[in-house]
Design a protein around this ligand. Structure first.
Ligand SMILES: NC(=O)c1ccc[n+]([C@@H]2O[C@H](COP(=O)([O-])OP(=O)(O)OC[C@H]3O[C@@H](n4cnc5c(N)ncnc54)[C@H](OP(=O)(O)O)[C@@H]3O)[C@@H](O)[C@H]2O)c1
Length: 262
C-alpha cells in the first residue's frame, strides 16, 4: 500500500525512546523528513543519528521539555524553517506517576495537566497555522487506553487524558474545513521503559513480582501479550497517511483488544 507520505514533514514529540521513537522511525521509513525532541540530549542525538543513518532522511533533533510553551514554539518554527512546513504533528510526553486519588498531591495534578494536556495545546497552537497555509495537516495525539477505560492507580492519566479527547474532537470540528485531520491514538500495555516503571510501582504496592504484573497485563488482553512500540507507531503512520483521508475526531486504541466496551 502506498501511504503517500514521502517527503512529508513529520514532527514527533517526546521521541528519543519508546513509542515516540518507534513513531519517528516509522515516518522515516516512509520517506518523511522528521523533527524529534526529548529532554535528554544524549539519548535524543543517538536516536536521531540512528534514524538518519538507517533511512537516509533529514532529521532535526532538539532537546527541550514539552511543558515549556516557548520551547515548543521555537521548535515548531525551527522545523518549518528547516523543512518548509510542518505537515504532521504527533503530540506525546512521558506519562504521569501511578497513584490512587488520595496519594496524588496537588503539584502532581498540575504537573499531569502541564505534561499530558497543555503540552498538546502548545503544539496544536503552533502547527495549525502552518497546516492551514497548505490546507493539509494531521495532528495525532498519543495518549492511552485510559481515554476509554480507566486503569487502576492511574487516576492522573484517567482524568487528564479525557481533556485531550475533548480537544481532539474540538480541533477536528474547527479545522476540518482546512484539510486538517485530528485523531487520538490510545496504546494499551506496550513494552517500553514506561511500562517497566508502572510494573515496578504496581509490584511494590501489591506484593507481586514485576513478572507477575507483566503476565497479568498480557492475560487481560484477548491477544494474550503486550503490545510492541512498532504496532502503535504503524497505526499512527497509517492515520497520518493519504489512506486514512476521511477519518477525523476519532480515538483508535492499539490495545490487543483489552478495552472491554463495545
Ligand atoms: N508503554 C505503555 O504501555 C503505555 C500505555 C498507555 C499509554 N502510554 C503513554 O504513552 C506515552 C509514551 O509512553 P512510552 O511507553 O513510549 O514512554 P517511554 O518509553 O518512557 O518514553 C518517553 C519518551 O518521552 C520523552 N519525554 C518524557 N517526558 C518528556 C518531556 N517532559 N519533554 C520532552 N520529552 C519527554 C522521553 O525522553 P526524556 O526522558 O529524555 O525526555 C522519552 O523519549 C506516555 O504518555 C505514556 O504514559 C504508554
Amino acid at each position: 500500500m502506498n501511504l503517500g507520505l514521502k517527503d512529508r514533514v513529520a514532527l514527533v514529540a517526546a521521541s528519543s525512546q519508546g513509542i515516540g521513537r518507534a513513531t519517528a522511525e516509522a515516518f522515516a521509513a516512509e520517506g518523511c523528513r522528521v523533527a524529534m525532541c526529548a529532554r535528554n540530549q544524549q539519548t535524543l542525538q543517538a536516536a536521531a543519528d540512528k534514524i538518519r543513518k538507517q533511512y537516509g532522511v533529514d532529521v532535526l533533533a532538539e532537546a527541550f521539555d514539552v511543558t515549556d510553551a516557548g520551547a515548543v514554539s521555537r521548535f515548531v518554527a525551527a522545523t518549518a524553517q528547516k523543512f518548509g512546513s510542518v505537515d504532521i504533528c504527533v503530540t506525546n510526553a512521558g506519562g504521569p506517576p501511578a497513584k490512587g486519588f488520595l496519594a496524588a498531591s496537588l503539584d502532581e495534578w498540575q504537573r499531569a495537566l502541564d505534561l499530558n494536556f497543555l503540552s498538546t495545546v502548545y503544539f496544536a497552537r503552533e502547527v495549525i497555522p502552518h497546516m492551514q497555509r497548505k490546507q493539509w495537516g494531521r495532528i495525532i495525539t498519543l495518549t492511552s487506553i485510559t481515554t476509554k477505560q480507566p486503569v487502576t492507580d492511574l487516576v492522573l492519566s484517567n482524568a487528564v487524558r479525557a481533556a485531550v479527547v475533548g480537544l481532539v474532537k474540538s480541533l477536528a470540528n474547527e479545522f476540518g474545513k482546512d484539510g486538517i485531520l485530528v485523531n487520538n491514538v490510545g496504546p494499551g500495555f506496550t513494552a517500553t521503559d514506561r511500562l517497566k516503571e508502572l510494573a515496578t510501582a504496581r509490584a511494590s504496592s501489591s506484593g507481586k513480582t514485576e513478572q507477575e504484573i507483566f503476565d497479568s497485563w498480557a492475560a487481560d488482553a484477548p491477544l494474550k501479550r503486550l503490545g510492541e512500540p512498532r504496532e502503535v507507531a504503524e497505526t499512527i503512520v497509517w492515520l497520518a497517511s493519504e489512506r486514512a483521508s476521511y477519518i477525523t475526531g476519532q480515538t483508535v486504541l492499539v490495545d490487543g483488544g483489552m478495552y472491554k466496551g463495545l
